[in-house]
Structure formats: C-alpha cells, structure tokens
Design a protein around this ligand. Sequence first.
Ligand code: N01
Length: 540
Amino acid sequence: MAQEDGSDAYDVIVVGAGFGGLYALYKLREQGLRVRVLEAGAGVGGTWYWNRYPGARCDVPSVEYSYSFSRELEQEWNWTEVMAGQPEILSYLNHVADRFDLRRDIQLETRVAQARFDEADCCWFVLTTSGEELKARFCVMATGCLSAPNTPDIPGKADFAGAVYHTGAWPHEDVDFTGLRVGVVGTGSSGVQAIPVLAQSAAQLTVFQRTPNYTVPAGNRPLADADRDRAKAAYEIIRARERESYAGIIFGFGGHALVLPTERILETSPEQRRAALDEDAFGALRRYSDIQSDPRANELACEMYREMLRRIVDDPDVAERLSPRGYPLGCKRPVIDTDYLPTFNRENVTLVDLRRGEIERITPSGVQTAQGYFGLDVLIWATGFDAMTGTLLRIDVRGRRNLGLDRAWAEGPRSYLGLQTHGFPNFFTLTGPMSPSVLSNMVVSIEQHVDWIAGCIRYLDEHELATIEATAEAEAAWIEHVQKLAQGTMWVSPSCNSWYLGTNIPGKPRVFMPYVGGVGTYRKHCDRVAAQGYEGFVLG
Ligand code: N01
C-alpha cells in the first residue's frame, strides 16, 4: 500500500492491538514514524478482547493496571472497582483507541502468517493469512504472552456433541448455562475465576481438576471515590515507585497492601501458625520470608494453606481433593479468586480429582475418566495457553539467511533482554521471554519496552543506521544471567510444573522463561545498554 509520500513501506509494523500494540502505535506515531498495527481480532483489546469468560477479572489493582503515558487519561478515567472486570478493562482500551485516534492505523481481522527479513533491502515483509504483504523497517511483536490457547490432545475431543468453549477464546455474545450440565477442565486462574460464576447458573457443574492450585481470596470491592481521588492525586509518585519496584505494583497483588515478610516460618510453632491463620488467613501466607527459598519452610506454608482450605470446605474428602500436594507454593502463577473454595460446598458442584483417575476420552455426551463417566451438555476448556512463545512460533518468522524462529528456539526461547533474538535484526518482542513480563504488572513492563524500542529507533535514525541486531554472545550471557537468577527458587523446583517452564505443553522444552530480577533492576540494565550505545547489539 502506498504511503502519503509515495513510498510503499512503513517504518514499523506492530502485530497485536492489546495494551502493548496500542501504546506502541501511540508512542511511535508521536515520534513521526509511519506505523501499521495488524490485529487478528475484530476489535482492539488483546487479552481483554479474547478472554471474556464469566468472572474474568484482573488481579492487579486497576489504578496500577492502566497506562501512565498520559496525565489527562489518568485523570479522566474512573475505575469503578479495586480490580476491574474484563468488560471495564475492554472499554478502557476502546476509550484509549478513540481518545488518541489510534483506529485509523489499526487493521482488524488481519492475522499475520509470516514475517520475513530481507537482507538486501534491510526490511521486513509481513504476510497476512489473506495474502496481503506489507513492508516495514521494523517489526514489533505485541502479540502477548498468553494468547495462544491450549486445548489438550485428549482422545475423542472432536466428538463432543454439545457446545464447546475455551476460556481464552470466549464467544462475544452472552452464553446462557441455565438448566445445563456444564463441565470445566482446568483449575488455573481462568478456571478458578469462571467456576464460581458458572455454578450460579448451571444445573450441574463438574470440575475436572488435574492439579489443585494454591488460591486465595481477592477481596475485590467497589473503588471508593476517596481512594480513587487519592490515587489520582498521587499518580506521579505511584508510577515512579512502580517503575523502581520488583513487580511494577505498589499496592500489592490482589489489592492487598504489600507486606514485607519479616518472620521465618521455620521459627514458628504449630500454635503460632494456627493463630496466624485465625487472625488473617490470606495475610498469614505472606508474612514469612523463608517460603520462597527453603523447601522445608515452603512445606509448612503449604500445610497452612491446606488447613485454611479445610476450614472453608465442609466435606473433608472434597477438601482433600482440593488440597495441593507434591509441589511448592510459589511455583505456579499465584491465583486469586472470588468465592472459589466455598463454591465446592454447593449441591450442584462436583469436583473430579484427576489424581484419582485421569480423563480417558471425551465422548459425544460427556467425559470418560478412569474413575467414572460424567454426562455433560457443555464442555469448557480452561486449559490455558502455550505461553510466551506459542503465538510467536505460530507465525512463520524468518530472519537472516532464512533462519526460522522455530529453529532458533528449538531448545527454548533465546533472547537478549527479552527484546531481540540473534539472527532477527529490527525484530522486537514486546515483553518477550527473558524479560520480567508475566512476573510483573504487564502495563508497566509494556510501557518500559515500548519506550526503550522507541528510543532505539530514534537513535538509529539520528545516526543514519539501518539495523540493530543482538549479538550471539550478549544473548548467551543474558540467558545465563536469567537462568542463574531463578536458580534455587520455587519457580524452578524439580517438582514444579508450570507454563512459566513450558511444561504445560507436551514436547515443549523445560526452560524457565521470565526474568526474575524485578522490573526496577531490569529497567536499569536496559537503560545502561542504551546509554552505552546499545551494548550487546550490532548496529549496521
Ligand atoms: O491457564 P493455566 P489459565 N487435563 O495454565 C489444566 C493469566 N490469567 O488460563 O496444573 C486436565 O494456569 C492445568 O492443570 P495442570 C495468569 O497469568 C490471569 O487458567 O497443568 N487438566 C491447569 O489447571 C494465568 O496464570 C487472570 O496440571 C489440564 C489448567 O488446565 C494465565 O493467564 C485470569 C490439562 C490451566 O491453567 C493462565 O491461566 C486468568 C489436561 N490435559 C488468566 N491440560 C487474572 O488476572 C491443562 N490442564 C486473574
């Protein structure tokens, strides 16, 4: 497509119109660049466009899970709950798209099939599934970390005759479960959020649980006017502190005030731990400093969790089935819920603990497990995503010498700073593997990456340089640094399976993908690299 100046190339193609793609478009366009955003969905919003299952909600406080780039936007927008639900976040993102006139550069319902680097021309050719080809100097993949839904390969899954849904690709019209027998497979964040809501309308809800999760109540509530006003007045300080913090959050995960752990659980008596649970069940698990680093301490915390659960769930056998065992607290992504455990006290809810007999096959009318058959009208997969690499690898990305990203990442993702892979010049991965991304408030990490990329492109243009590419040495050193930081933590414990490690996808290499050093430290690394003329990159 010809540009206003007659050239047929864009400066930047951005793939994805979620939080990342929208801000990338805003920022790069402000810089005078010609930008085109390609988005597979029929609307903007990314994660919040696709994940509209009942109960979908963010677990980072909304005043923090929002853009900081516009003071006016911060002051205009009024969040109504401490942690906003999906519809409110989606309307925020639509407001942003309108407020900053972004839509004119976004092409919806456009899925990217291939991105190919042309060495002679020093540019990327991006091919869509409808056959359109676009050309740009730079590619920014704002494709999200949790955007490739995973439906497990269970025999007979195509045979089910009733309605089938995936939480990560939920229909846009309301789904009515009244009077129906509904089955949910999966008890990660999505399942845990959907289950209590589904239980209210379904005639019978059957939950197929492979691994029980450690989940704690979110304590969500309406955002009081006074609290909202206070946040608005203090935004400058809030944002500055988020940027220097560990996780890009200062009010605390789930909206609970951050408590610095000061006690060692290994130094407590059983009575003291029971008293701590009596006082504040949720807070109890956050007051100890040794849980993340010492397996014995961790097991004591796990037992505290199971004790909390037994206090909530009436039937001791159901409580046992819900009890996580054999893997540490803190290995998987924390799960925060609304009424999850009490839902299992309802008459119309059945918990199938797959540790007692796995799913053997899906039949046209239900699920056959080794412990019996469960008849269903509706089947919901809450089985997560091929995280962090899945969406990128579903695109045929070809760098120098026709190198495929799938080949470069055959033994796990390789990246320098989580921003670029050797062999793929001018190709940036927003919140990519080996950056803090999923261990942080995504919006803080997205803004940091977009600002860094925008600064990088400005630098190249000012110095009349055409390309930037991570060196193999810098990439290898960064990967080693990332892996070393994670060593000894519960995230990489041998008994841990998680999408952070890729172990939820059969055949995916077991590699811990996020950077655990914290967003503040990470930002300093990135700033230093830029200040030193993009150390670790070759500029050409
Ligand atoms: O996916 P998950 P998710 N048979 O991978 C089970 C973000 N998020 O969509 O643990 C039976 O966590 C699997 O079992 P197991 C957040 O970052 C945020 O729930 O692998 N079960 C697990 O129980 C989150 O972490 C929010 O043994 C099978 C479940 O499916 C991420 O998205 C809300 C199975 C998948 O859980 C992903 O969450 C929602 C099989 N073959 C999501 N395969 C908030 O902000 C998989 N499972 C609150």
